[in-house]
Design a binder for this molecule. Structure first.
Ligand code: ZN
Length: 247
């Protein structure tokens, strides 16, 4: 039985939902993120605030939430030319992929996460990759993750489980999942403190959170939030009731 997890936690909506998912079901949870000289350090700042707010507002999770690890991955920014690491506008490439695609990024993240999980004796790696919405990033595909799970388990001679709670759900369902796990308190925390906008905009507050409102990440987040409200899930009285056994 799995009791401990390492969450790839960037400070965005998806990874915060994954963190709550892990805290809801595992006894010991640690977090990891990578500084690859993203154009905006807003996300890296957001993650510190989100961790602090979770500790304050979810005392039944606070004791499970262990060390946070921030690894320097400047080398990734050095080898890639993308709109996430350079001052270039978002656009679609002729390959059909957006220029926010950083080749090898998730493969590298998972490899380093597994190496850290090995040292910290953590059994499960949780990541918010998703095949459902937008992007089509090839390193977010379910097959890629399964291949990585196999390669890492063989290569480190340790049985890893890589969990992807968001793989087959859209953004509206991601908001619903957050509500199901942590109630409106968690949804409010995600709205106010997580960051997704590609432009690093923290000046404009919308119902769904801060952002420019017009980049693809903002559009996706806003559309998902509207779908979440339309579903009526935010009014559910089941909110905040623990969803998993074994706590
Ligand atoms: Zn934006």
């Amino acid at each position: 039985m799995h009791t401990s997890a390492l969450v790839l936690f960037s400070g965005g909506q998806d990874s915060t939902t994954c963190l709550a998912y892990a805290l809801d079901r595992y006894e010991r949870v640690e977090t990891i993120a990578f500084d690859y000289r993203q154009r905006h350090s807003v996300e890296l700042e957001a993650r510190v605030v989100v961790l602090q707010k979770i500790r304050e507002q979810f005392p039944h999770w606070a004791h499970k939430l262990g060390e946070d690890h921030l690894l320097d991955l400047a080398v990734l920014g050095a080898v890639s030319e993308t709109s996430l690491t350079r001052e270039t506008a978002f656009k679609m490439e002729s390959s059909g992929l957006p220029n926010t695609f950083v080749p090898g990024r998730n493969l590298l993240f998972l490899t380093l996460a597994a190496a850290l999980a090995y040292r910290r004796d953590l059994q499960v790696i949780v990541t918010g990759v998703c095949e459902t919405d937008f992007s089509g990033y090839p390193d977010c595909r379910d097959d890629t993750i399964k291949a990585m799970q196999l390669a890492l388990s063989l290569g480190m001679d340790k049985r890893y489980l890589i969990e992807t709670p968001l793989m087959w759900i859209d953004k509206a369902a991601t908001w619903r999942l957050a509500h199901q796990i942590g109630g409106s308190g968690l949804v409010d925390l995600i709205v106010e403190h997580t960051h997704t906008c590609y432009l690093g905009d923290r000046a404009h507050l919308h119902a769904w959170g801060y952002g420019c409102g017009s980049c693809p990440a903002c559009e996706l987040r806003a559309k998902g939030y509207a779908g979440y409200l339309a579903s009526g899930a935010h009014q559910s009285v089941q909110a905040g009731i623990p969803t998993k056994a074994g706590k």
